[in-house]
Design a binder for this molecule. Structure first.
Ligand SMILES: [Zn+2]
Length: 325
């Protein structure tokens, strides 16, 4: 443990689709240590063993430090918050639940709080990010998919099944591409990184002169390429870009009118572009009702580093859980 760290540190675990990040976090939000591990999604048992081996390695390595006895875990997919079980993910249909709280209590005698990664990212904003300035805000993550954490009166809204904030599945238009949830009406088909790339691949044959064609052929297309091509006037990219703003804008206008937040804080890879934020903000301010609009003080991008926001959020989850049980 480093000299100058006052009090115990909390272990945060961020389980993403491409990596597992485990770290020790102080109450001030400083990451004292962090270790990145691989995750194996190829089968359910390899997934489980890659996660549990990573945790065992980290705890073994840091067991002599002043650990708080609480672990916060953020995962993608659906979580039973009350029980501390990971119920599954659309990426692994039919996956058997993983009983994090029960298993980790048994192995290490530690208390475990578990939630989905967008809820933990919203808690990171609330305790350590721009959300400290507000009591009512939306944290909206636009990455491979789209999801939100809703903070109302200083608390995260979880809903009846801990599924509140699934903004990606707001219906915005019929007969779009089929979403992972099975519907063809979802915002995520037009307004997520994964959805936009699928659209390019699906529509490219109708746009043989598109700048995106060589990128599709090489299989290396990114959302940054799509927006760059849109700025250069490419017709296919412009169509995808317009529908991105329109779909995400509709979803957020509806949420602002329903929830009356003071701020929208955007996270995820796609929204780091200031140009997009400006366009999205104008759409939202133009289309929300007057009272909601006046209450909405800021639409901005998170200041928390994308690599560590999940880890910080997992630690914040453990602190909240410690307080409320
Ligand atoms: Zn959907």
């Amino acid at each position: 443990m480093r000299v100058g760290i006052d009090g115990p540190v909390t272990v945060g675990i961020d389980i993403g689709a491409t990596k597992i990040l485990i770290g020790s976090v102080t109450r001030q939000g400083e990451i004292v240590h962090q270790t990145r591990y691989g995750i194996d999604l190829s089968t359910e048992s390899l997934l489980k063993s890659s996660i549990y081996h990573s945790i065992a390695d980290y705890i073994h390595e840091h067991r002599k430090e002043n650990l708080s006895g609480n672990i916060g875990v953020g995962v993608f997919g659906h979580v039973d918050f009350e029980q501390g079980d990971w119920l599954g993910t659309m990426r692994l249909p039919g996956m058997e639940m993983i009983r994090f709280r029960e298993d980790l209590k048994l192995r290490y005698g530690m208390n475990v709080a578990l939630d989905n990664d967008v809820h933990t990212a919203a808690l990171a904003e609330l305790h350590l990010g721009k959300g400290r300035e507000y009591r009512h805000f939306l944290y909206v993550n636009v990455g491979t998919g789209v999801a939100a954490g809703i903070i109302s009166d200083g608390r995260l809204i979880r809903g009846a099944s801990n599924y509140a904030g699934e903004v990606g599945h707001i219906f915005v238009g019929r007969d779009m591409e089929q979403c992972m949830c099975g519907s063809s009406w979802c915002l995520e088909s037009a307004a997520s990184g994964g959805g936009m790339i699928n659209r390019v691949i699906r529509w490219i044959s109708e746009y043989p002169n598109s700048r995106l064609l060589p990128l599709v052929k090489s299989g290396e297309i990114t959302t940054a390429d799509i927006f760059k091509a849109a700025r250069q006037g490419d017709s296919l990219a412009t169509k995808i870009h317009k529908e991105f703003i329109w779909s995400l804008g509709i979803g957020l206008v509806n949420l602002v009118n329903i929830l009356n937040p003071e701020a929208i804080i955007m996270g995820g890879g796609v929204m780091r572009d200031g140009w997009l934020l400006k366009e999205l903000s104008s759409f939202i301010y133009q289309n929300t009702t007057g009272v909601s609009r006046r209450g909405l003080k800021e639409i901005t991008v998170t200041e928390l580093g994308p690599q560590v926001a999940g880890l910080l959020g997992a630690a914040c989850l453990a602190w909240d859980y410690e307080k409320t049980g």
